[in-house]
Design a protein around this ligand. Structure first.
Ligand code: NAD
Ligand code: UGA
Length: 463
């Protein structure tokens, strides 16, 4: 089968950037990204590529270069499926909020809808690629739906999980550590694998393209996220011990990270990891293990989540305790709301949970984030359903300027590691705050000595 047209279902944080990079590197392919969300598609098609729905360094210029040439965003899902030889499924796979597996298992309803739509529309043979992160053995369910259409169309299902991190998506896509492709071991399966390998080979060295069976590929994605998150929970667990003993977590991380067997990356102590995937993917892994009766395995990985929840909670508790055991009526300013720097994504951001705890203590929360607006902040708080939307709106206010946000504050909490925070005029901020002026650095990005010299009561994580 000659590959000339690709379709991607889901124009989100993965579908959009991934397809933009494939379009840039494969000018001979026509790529259509489709989504049911009209507003999102309209934003991807905005004349000004600075208004595309995802903020990601370097993305808008790749879109500007390719859109309308070989990259298209559309809500005509059926047409795009019908004409493509390869269909990527890149829809969301959130944690189930109802029924069996509620709060643990991945909700596969969007995946199943995609499979049914492909089954309905396809008139010729297709390669269907799982780009979304899925429980191991999902390909079996997709295959069963696709193979029972009775129209004689042959489908090959590949697993091709995405390992990009937000904030560095474009460089991760351009220079991936590896590309993983899982497929059937049959001759047809191998041909499908090769078709996908040929696409990536346009810019990724062959030795970085791994091919495996489908189940290994599906499970490797959950495993990679579990390992990454586990490193953060491990260092965060020790940050609390550092605070008790006089050790400094940054020094400990450096000392152990220089051991090449451990490695230096992903050892940054923080207020707790956020993002749309770590928690959901580990819960999913825990659920799968439990469903096979592997309770020790399930408990082992669940501890990563328990530790992360504890790290967020103890940060909020520390603020209350340090501010003389009451924050009622006090103004606490958050620098940062996104779950990490260089993204406008706030899903599962630690800031949401810390704000929620502090509002319970009747604090007033002021926020400055360079890429997140008031509407999003309130929507994140409302989603928790802790209190009414009106109460959230009364307790939370976002600002366009960091100095206005910090004016008159009793304390500042640094919750995202945006680089600009380091360069602020901290003397000016100090002068405009209530005294004593407290700073709780949830990202360990500010210089302790300089902050103390200005007069701040400065507390970092793990020292
Ligand atoms: P997202 O919510 O940003 O985007 C998913 C999109 O799919 C939404 O715009 C939604 O409207 C659309 N959609 C859902 N059902 C649809 C349907 N039937 N037809 C058409 N469109 C439909 O999600 P995301 O962050 O891009 O994540 C997608 C998948 O990739 C998830 O499984 C996630 O675990 C995985 N993943 C995410 C990241 C990341 O950094 N965000 C990285 C690697 C893997
Ligand atoms: C993560 C993985 O890094 C990607 O490989 C994976 O593809 C993706 O999840 C996914 O499946 O969604 P992402 O969540 O976008 O990517 O960002 P990370 O850089 O992993 O950061 C996650 C969270 O951990 C952030 O809140 C970050 O601030 C925090 N973190 C990260 C730390 O607290 N310490 C660290 O040392 C590293």
């Amino acid at each position: 089968m000659e590959i000339t047209k690709i379709c991607c279902i889901g124009a989100g944080y993965v579908g959009g950037p991934t397809m933009a990079v494939i379009a840039q590197k494969c000018p001979h392919l026509k790529i259509t990204v489709v989504d049911l969300n009209q507003e999102r598609i309209d934003a991807w098609n905005d004349e000004n590529t600075d208004n595309i729905p995802i903020f990601e360094p370097g993305l808008s210029s790749v879109v500007a270069e390719t859109r309308g040439k070989n990259l298209f965003f559309s809500n005509d899902v059926e047409k795009a499926i019908e004409e493509a030889q390869i269909i990527f499924i890149s829809v969301n796979t959130p944690t189930k909020t109802y029924g069996k597996g509620k709060g643990m298992a991945a909700d596969l309803k969007y995946i199943e809808l995609c499979a049914r739509q492909i089954a309905k529309v396809a008139k010729d043979n297709k390669i269907v690629v799982e780009k979304s992160t899925l429980p191991v053995r999902t390909a079996e369910a997709i295959k069963s739906i696709l193979d029972n259409t009775g129209n004689g169309v042959q489908f090959q299902i590949l697993s091709n999980p995405e390992f990009l991190a937000e904030g560095t998506a474009i460089s991760d896509l351009l220079n991936p550590d590896r590309i993983l492709i899982g497929g059937d071991q049959t001759p047809e399966g191998q041909k499908a694998i090769q078709a996908l390998v040929d696409i990536y080979a346009n810019w990724v060295p062959q030795d970085k393209i791994l091919t495996t069976n489908v189940w290994s590929s599906e499970l490797s994605k959950l495993t990679a996220n579990a390992f990454l998150a586990q490193r953060i929970s491990s260092i965060n667990a020790l940050s609390e011990l550092c605070e008790k003993t006089g050790a400094d977590i940054n020094e400990v991380a450096r000392a152990i990270g220089m051991d090449t067997r451990i490695g230096s990356k992903f050892l940054k102590a923080s207020v707790g990891f956020g993002g749309s995937c770590f928690k959901k993917d580990i819960l999913n892994l825990v659920y799968i293990a439990k469903s096979y009766g592997l309770n020790e395995t399930a408990d082992y990985w669940e501890q990563v989540i328990i530790m992360n929840d504890h790290q967020k909670k103890r940060f909020a508790d520390k603020i209350v305790k340090t501010l003389y055991n009451t924050v009622a009526g006090k103004k606490i300013t958050f620098l940062g709301w996104a779950f990490k720097k260089d993204t406008n994504d706030t899903r599962e951001s630690a800031a949401i949970y810390i704000a929620d705890d502090l509002i319970n203590e009747q604090a007033g929360i002021c926020v400055y984030d360079p890429k997140v607006n008031q509407k999003k902040i309130l929507a994140d708080l409302d989603y928790l359903e802790t209190r009414s939307a009106a109460e959230n709106a009364k307790s939370t206010k976002s600002f366009e300027n960091p100095y206005d946000a910090c004016q008159g504050a009793h304390a500042i909490a640094v919750l995202t590691e945006w680089e600009e925070f380091v360069d602020y005029d901290w003397q000016r901020i100090y002068d405009a705050m209530q005294k004593p002026a407290f700073v709780f650095d949830g990202r360990n990005i500010l210089n302790k000595t300089e902050m103390q010299k200005i007069g701040f009561v400065y507390q970092a994580i793990g020292s």
